[in-house]
Ligand binder design. Structure first.
Ligand code: FES
Ligand SMILES: [Fe+2]
Length: 380
């Protein structure tokens, strides 16, 4: 089982907090197409959340718990600006205020804000929520990488569910060296040195982790940015036969579901306009998407197979320079740690019982078959 939630973790409130996900960031929580007319129930950062879309297409997000008896609101009805609980019909609007209690006349619950609501934005084909703690209820501005908001780029969103903690997923993306091994037989990462010294340098919004002396040959660098959300950027060189646009870019997010499950969101981008954009989109859908899914499945398969508590029992050698900085970026993130510490103090005061209860009911990830090298057409 790939689980960071061990007894050692249980004794460390900061690690327990990290395992559930850093608060006070925006996260993508669902591709836009997943939320239509019916309310949808999801779990992200350990929170149960109901999403629904009103008649104008605006998405609303509430804690998925009816204030009456605790039924899941996602089982209920979409009334547009509000959702109705299936059990006894209480109606709650997108701000979390009870608007109607049909079983009781003049119920004092009406007009009260009883349910936590989440700020919502929708961009680039995904729904983003703000996960603020009690001290940060107002969301920070969400500034997404230019590839997701600028007209110059075309992108495809690919989302996958992985049975591992989100920190494993961040470690994986922030580790360029694995491309030359795990993906060595892929269509895009067969070239270049299999050994490298790595260096870290600061950027305006975070840091860059890159190979020394090799660029645009393989997966040679990765960037971590913090702009109201935590995103990763990398580029993989593409031969001319893979169409216009130069390097193939990826903007990635690792989104905690709970301690043992996460989602990855990868926008696959190319800088193309006009007819070249049409050519690229056609080619991607028909020739490349299956190949990319195969590469992604290799990552998922390895991460889900890793030893329990892998992050606690590593052997990172100073001689293996590619290990120097990539792992544990989330843990090393100064902002994140600062927030983790203050959250852990709060959680020790009010939430330790809840954390213990959640740990005991975690699902057991399983692994079935090894992904083959050619998995064209695999999708989720
Ligand atoms: S539990 Fe929701 S209305 Fe009763
Ligand atoms: Fe990978």
């Amino acid at each position: 089982m790939t689980s960071p939630a061990t007894s050692q973790h249980a004794a460390d409130p900061i690690q327990s907090y990290l395992d559930r996900g850093l608060r006070n960031y925006w996260y993508p929580v669902a591709p836009s197409w997943q939320v239509g007319d019916a309310p949808v129930g999801i779990t992200r950062l350990g929170d149960q959340i109901v999403l629904w879309r009103d008649k104008e297409g605006k998405v609303h997000a509430l804690e998925d718990r009816c204030p009456h008896r605790g039924a899941r609101l996602s089982l209920g009805w979409n009334l547009g600006g509000s959702v109705a609980c299936w059990y006894h019909g209480i109606e709650i609007n997108g701000g979390g205020t009870v608007t109607k209690v049909p079983a009781v006349s003049a119920c004092p619950l009406e007009g009260q804000k009883c349910v936590k609501s989440y700020p919502v934005e929708e961009h680039a084909g995904a729904i983003f929520l703000w996960f603020g703690d009690d001290a940060h209820k107002e969301p920070a501005p969400l500034r997404l990488p230019e590839e997701l908001v600028g007209d110059e780029y075309a992108s495809f969103l690919c989302m996958s569910n992985w049975k591992c903690n989100y920190q494993y997923a961040i470690d994986n993306v922030m580790d360029p060296m694995h491309g030359a091994y795990l993906h060595a037989t892929s269509h895009s990462m067969a070239e270049g040195d299999k050994q490298a010294d790595m260096r870290v340098r600061k950027t305006e919004t975070g840091l860059m982790f890159e190979k020394v002396g090799q660029r645009d040959v393989n997966f040679d660098w990765v960037e971590l940015g913090e702009t109201g959300c935590l995103w990763m950027r990398l580029a993989i060189p593409y031969k001319k036969k893979f169409g216009p646009g130069g390097n193939f870019g990826i903007i990635g997010f690792a989104v905690p579901v709970d301690e043992n499950n996460c989602q990855v969101y990868f926008w696959r981008t190319r800088k193309v306009q006009g007819w070249q954009r049409d050519a690229w989109r056609f080619m991607y859908r028909n020739r490349l998407e299956g190949l990319h899914w195969a590469v992604l499945e290799q990552d998922r398969y390895v991460l889900e197979s890793m030893a329990p508590n892998a992050r606690e029992h590593e052997f990172l050698s100073a001689r293996r320079r590619h290990d120097a900085s990539a792992p544990h970026v989330a843990s090393a993130c100064a902002t994140g740690l600062r927030r983790a510490r203050s959250a852990s103090r709060r959680s020790r005061a009010v939430g330790s019982n809840r954390l213990r209860a959640n740990r005991s009911s975690r699902p057991q990830p399983c692994i079935t078959t090894r992904p083959r090298r050619s998995m064209a057409g695999v999708s989720s």
